[in-house]
Write a protein that binds this ligand. Structure first.
Ligand SMILES: Nc1ncnc2c1ncn2[C@@H]1O[C@H](COP(=O)(O)OP(=O)(O)OP(=O)(O)O)[C@@H](O)[C@H]1O
Ligand SMILES: [Mg+2]
Length: 292
């Protein structure tokens, strides 16, 4: 056994290198950049590691911010449509989706709002589409293809306080568009040693984009699926806090079975278990974001 706060030898030392090298953590501001007033703050929820809580965070944070009186838009940018399915929106009952925004020859407010399912679980929602997986090919010859989403969001920016983008777990035109459009990248990190390896990929992507962006991407890590009784989880969280400093939210999302129950019901956690620990923690995250 290893004292809490030490990494321990099994997987720990090598996993720690994912965030250990001096160059490992990309430069960039810690907190959300405040956009010009009257414009939606755009949060991309991304990590190239799968199953770390991206979709759960996008939906639960969206619902939490709407419960704080904010006007929220959530977009499903994953070809697997998990956020859409989570809300009970399946391809057969969705006529317009995020795909229309990427393939349109210019997007105006009417075109954008035509893709929006209004008032879903307290927020507006743009469903995903399985054909989003073909966008890398479809947009191959399109000039300025990296800023399609940024330009599309600009036309509805005055209608929302927050736009939250649920991103796919791999780099491509979708994730690049989301990162370029974002004011803040939220990186959910499952608190286990293997998940730390996935960090290298998203940090590499941030560094690559920083070379071409006018300002470095702002990012904040979010510890998810934290089991406070498991020594390994405690050590990973301590390691993350030490390496990332102010670039990890104080809020920690614990393990809560209510998240799975909510998705099975096509709902967000606030609709099935408003007093659960998970619901309270996402409200705490919303408050932390609203304070910055
Ligand atoms: N805090 C949590 N406690 C318990 N279960 C959770 C928690 N967060 C997410 N889950 C569950 O873990 C699974 C994966 O979560 P989620 O779909 O949000 O991950 P993801 O990063 O979006 O995955 P993918 O990379 O496949 O898109 C889901 O079944 C979800 O209900
Ligand atoms: Mg997902």
């Amino acid at each position: 056994m290893f004292a809490p706060g030490t990494e321990g030898p099994v997987g720990g030392a090598s996993a720690a290198r994912a965030v250990d090298a001096p160059s490992a953590v990309p430069r960039g501001k810690a907190g959300p950049l405040l956009p010009a007033s009257g414009r939606a703050r755009i949060l991309a929820v991304a990590n190239q590691k799968g199953g770390v809580g991206k979709t759960t965070t996008a939906l639960s944070l969206g619902a939490a911010l709407s419960r704080r009186g904010k006007r929220v838009l959530v977009m499903d940018l994953d070809p697997h449509n998990c956020a859409s399915a989570h809300l009970g929106l399946f391809p057969e009952n969705v006529s317009r989706s995020a795909l229309d925004l990427f393939l349109a020859d210019g997007v105006d407010a009417a075109c954008f709002m035509g893709t929006v399912v209004a008032g879903q679980s307290g927020f507006d929602f743009v469903p995903g589409h399985s054909r989003l997986s073909e966008l890398d090919v479809d947009l191959r010859d399109r000039p300025r293809r990296g800023i399609i989403l940024k330009e599309a969001l600009a036309v509805v920016s005055d209608r929302y306080d927050f736009a939250i983008l649920d991103c796919p777990p791999h780099m491509g035109v979708l994730l690049a568009n989301a990162l370029v459009a974002s004011d803040l990248l939220v990186i959910p990190i499952q608190t286990d040693f293997l998940a730390l390896h996935g960090l290298r990929l998203i940090f590499d992507s941030i560094r690559t984009l920083n070379r071409v962006l006018p300002r470095p991407l702002a990012f904040m890590a979010l510890a998810t699926m934290y089991d406070r009784r498991a020594g390994a989880c405690v050590r990973v969280l301590n390691l993350l806090r030490r390496k990332l400093g102010t670039r990890i939210f104080s809020t920690v999302i614990g393990l809560d079975t209510k998240f799975r129950e909510a998705s099975a019901d096509g709902k967000v956690i606030f609709e099935v278990a408003p007093d659960s620990r998970g619901a309270r923690e996402y409200l705490q995250l919303a408050d932390e974001i609203l304070r910055t």
